[in-house]
Design a protein around this ligand. Structure first.
Ligand code: ATP
Ligand code: MG
Length: 508
């Protein structure tokens, strides 16, 4: 008997008549299993799942759900077939509170007209408690952090109650604690008879929960593996086609003055006037040093990054770069005059102009400088060459010589473009927030090596990351933050995971 709940056969997906995102992919999922979908950035994972979910119509191929051939023409149809999906990039209405976003499209109403907000909130709260996933239901989506929005997206798909659940990189922005919680959620859902497809770049997650794993490479399916009997190395190698090495900082203790300095910073929580997010934060970063901020998401990291990059101002305190007080300097002054570089937390909001091509996105912050424009006229040739260098070096896939629109790149390739741009720009200080978010293992290896290159070139680097392993691999010094306070500082070579973990929870 055939117990496959999903069978995708010979799926071909060609975008713009030339980009082959799925190349005759075969993909089957058994009822009741947790099936991981793996592959490098741009391998075609999101595309394949978007086809299953009715967002794209495949160029060729067939889909069977519960043994019956179906044409999934829209997400509404997919929902009707019992398929729910959490997308890699959130689809939220910014001005709605989270509870409305979570219930959007499946709202309970009172006599078919008024939305029954009380009941909806109570239902969502029940799910939050059952699965230990909490969000502030009344916060507007535009003010919620990326992590909170991710949790809300997960709640949304649970609220809809579908039988087949697709999660496209749900853990990329969650903290280690949240990830553990989320993996528990998956096992619980499996117990309740759901079938789950999980896209993730994190091997340990696959090892923890998945029964089988299908690997895509360059749009083709390489094979389906039994997770129990396959090693992490085997799966990674199938994915990138080569062996990987872990990059590690040799740790040093640079001398000299602080190049970047924060003095007694006080700031409000983003979107709130009365809540404190940073409470007397002072820190320094020297040239040739990587200082990392470790902390559970939402403990002031976002506000810290905003104040350093000039996106918001502190209530009091000073930001100093190379001995100059830049507290009042605007974003563009910081980027151009003070040679700051920034990989932002939210790549869509602040990292890319999604409707521009990569040539324009490559020049981004520096577009008005003599490098890219003269007497008000853009130097297109220079811009194109510059973008192409980034594309080549950082392996941005399907970039179409820079003419690809940013929005069309896969999530990981968008991230590589931003990192490539920020690491290629002339800068003395690098603020890097979750630099490897959503990247495949091979790309992480490369980006980490680039961060160490910047250090060896004498740049000052402040790394904000929720990945403790990333921090421990790269940092010369680790500063632990909790509830907007600096709890303490540990030299990178003496760091112990458990100690940092305890400090992250507020223990001194
Ligand atoms: N709407 C689109 N128009 C044109 N090209 C697209 C579109 N969507 C995806 N692509 C291309 O198809 C390829 C596969 O993209 P996809 O998003 O499926 O990759 P992915 O495996 O999910 O990668 P990641 O791990 O980075 O999320 C990419 O190279 C991308 O450039
Ligand atoms: Mg994707």
């Amino acid at each position: 008997m055939n117990d496959n709940i999903i069978e995708m056969k010979d799926i071909l997906m060609i975008f713009n008549k030339k980009i082959v995102a799925n190349d005759n992919v075969n993909f089957s999922v058994k009822k009741g299993e947790i099936h991981a979908l793996m592959g490098e950035n741009g391998a075609g994972k999101s595309t394949l799942m978007s086809i299953l979910f009715g967002i794209y119509n495949p160029t060729k191929g067939t889909i069977k759900i519960r043994g019956k051939e179906e044409v999934v023409t829209s997400p509404i149809k997919a929902n009707k077939l019992g398929i729910g999906m959490v997308h890699q990039h959130f689809k939220m209405v910014d001005i709605f509170p989270l509870w409305r976003n979570i219930s959007l499209g499946s709202e309970e109403t009172i006599s078919k007209t008024v939305i029954n907000s009380k009941k909806i909130k109570a239902d969502i709260t029940e799910i939050m408690e059952k699965y230990n996933l909490s969000v502030d239901l009344d916060i507007k989506a535009e003010n919620a952090s990326v992590g909170m929005k991710q949790r809300a997206e997960i709640l949304k798909v649970l609220y809809q109650g579908n039988e087949i659940l697709v999660f496209d990189e749900p853990t990329a922005v969650l903290t280690p604690q949240e990830i553990d919680g989320f993996l528990e959620v998956l096992l619980e859902l499996q117990k309740n008879g759901k079938t789950i497809i999980l896209i993730t770049h994190k091997m340990n997650e696959i090892k923890k929960v998945a029964n089988s794993a299908t690997v895509l490479r360059l749009g083709k399916s390489i094979g389906t593996y039994d997770v129990k009997t396959s090693s992490i190395e085997e799966l990674s190698e199938a994915m990138v086609g080569r062996k990987l090495v872990e990059i590690k900082n040799e740790h040093s203790d640079p001398k000299g003055d602080n190049f970047l300095e924060l003095k007694n910073i006080y700031a409000n929580k983003q979107g709130f006037k009365k809540i404190n997010a940073l409470d007397n934060v002072s820190l320094g970063v020297k040239k040739g040093e990587i200082v990392a901020i470790a902390g559970v998401e939402g403990n002031g990291q976002l506000e810290l990054a905003n104040i350093i990059s000039g996106m918001s101002s502190p209530n009091s305190g000073e930001v100093i770069i190379d001995g100059k007080d830049i507290t009042k300097a605007n974003v563009s002054q910081r980027f151009v005059k003070y040679k700051m570089s920034h990989i932002p937390e939210d790549r869509h909001k602040h990292g890319l102009a999604l409707d521009w091509n990569l040539i324009n996105n490559g020049a981004f912050e520096d577009i008005a400088t003599p490098k890219f424009s003269r007497k008000g006229i853009l130097r297109r040739g220079k811009m194109q060459q510059y973008a192409q260098d980034i594309i080549d070096k950082y392996d941005v896939r399907n970039a179409d010589f820079g003419f690809a629109i940013a929005r069309q790149l896969s999530g990981g390739n968008q991230q590589k473009m931003i990192v490539g741009r920020e690491f290629t720009r002339e800068a003395d200080f690098h603020l890097i927030f979750q630099p490897t978010r959503g990247l495949d293992v091979g790309s992480i290896e490369f980006i980490h090596s680039q961060i160490l290159r910047l250090k060896s070139e004498g740049k000052a680097i402040l790394l904000i990351s929720y990945e403790l392993s990333e921090i421990m691999q790269l940092a010369d010094r680790i500063i632990v933050i909790n509830a907007g306070h600096i709890i303490g500082e540990i030299p990178g070579n003496k760091a112990e995971r458990n100690q940092i973990g305890r400090m992250m929870m507020g223990e001194k």
